[in-house]
Design a protein around this ligand. Sequence first.
Ligand code: URA
Length: 241
Amino acid sequence: MRIDKLLANMGYGTRKEVKNLLKSGGVRVNNEPEKSPKTHVDPEKDVVTVMGETVEYRKYIYLMLNKPGDLLSATEDPHDMTVIDILQPEDQIFEPFPVGRLDKDTEGLLLITNDGQLAHRLTSPKKDIGKTYYATIDGKVSEEDVTAFSKGIELDDGYVTKPAELEILKSNDISEIELTITEGKFHQVKRMFEAVGKRVTYLKRLKIGELHLDEELELGEYRELGDDELDYLLTITKLND
Ligand code: URA
């Protein structure tokens, strides 16, 4: 990797600022002064220092966002704010993207990373990783719905979903439920309820597998995953390889 890219990625300034930093003689590679922005370094092996401070290289970033109901799950959009727009510049430098999509009006747990392999594995239906949602439903959710969901629901386009676990928290004219699905078809939760004649009026993702949304995070707040959380995701996505 070019040294100017490495330093820019690690937050030492824009490419232009980094070029000046190199020119000023503040950068050393394996204790030798380095002035050329074009020089290639191996960030895993070479020791790069800036003003005597070792540059800690990291390739990946893993963030948990409590998504508010007014951001798009996309990296950029000409009209709307995206979940990437609200990240700090030092996090945006890693060029992260959302893992799967939540609808614009859906709240809750959204992972954001630049680790393509992990993202791919987490969203693969083959991995059977449950995604659990809390929802309020316009309509009385019944035990018949629980049974129907457990068998799979035929959506408006004829696709039959995999079995899903529906738990009724409150059954009334406005019901409250938790639903765990292992796929991520477009508007899946909303369409599953439409198929049984009901309407989702609020939707929030609570967990992915057993990775829970940190309830300390206000809507729009995010934090890095802890080591245990990341290990957990790496482990469940490697199962059934
Ligand atoms: N299902 C939906 O309908 N919407 C989401 O955002 C996620 C799952």
